[in-house]
Design a protein around this ligand. Sequence first.
Ligand code: ATP
Ligand code: MG
Length: 139
Amino acid sequence: MKERTLAIIKPDGVAKNLIGEVAKRVEMEGLKIVAMKLIRMTKNQAKGFYKVHEEKPFYESVTDFMSGDPSVIMVLEGEDAIRKYRRLMGATNYKEAEEGTIRRDFATDIEKNVVHGSDSAENAAFEVGYFFNSLEIMV
Ligand code: ATP
Ligand code: MG
């Protein structure tokens, strides 16, 4: 099924000059970038984005990290886009991520793990709408 997912190149990924590398892997996978922008999230935007993790011990820290420096946010579209992009990313903890995944290749920290991707159709719809209006997404 054709899907959309929200992808983020997190501040550590942007700082490591990985914008092109991540975009290349996305495109090689056959996914289309249908929206893209460079933003610096406010603390409140980061808190709203990670609201599902409100109760977790890492909530304060991850929202500080996400709002500290610029990140690139993208909407990806394609067959099975959510699962395909999650597979490109690898596991949250880079030490457990499969070889050849973005996190395995570039992450150095469980928190600063280079990329984000929506984990379900429901969350993808929320996350895409959180950052983009319909006029910013190419159809
Ligand atoms: P993301 O939602 O960013 O794509 P994910 O779905 O693989 O990552 P989640 O469990 O949703 O992982 O956690 C959200 C983010 O919070 C992680 O990507 C990471 O930046 C941070 N995080 C998760 N677990 C921890 C932890 N144990 N310690 C520190 N930070 C963590
Ligand atoms: Mg997640």
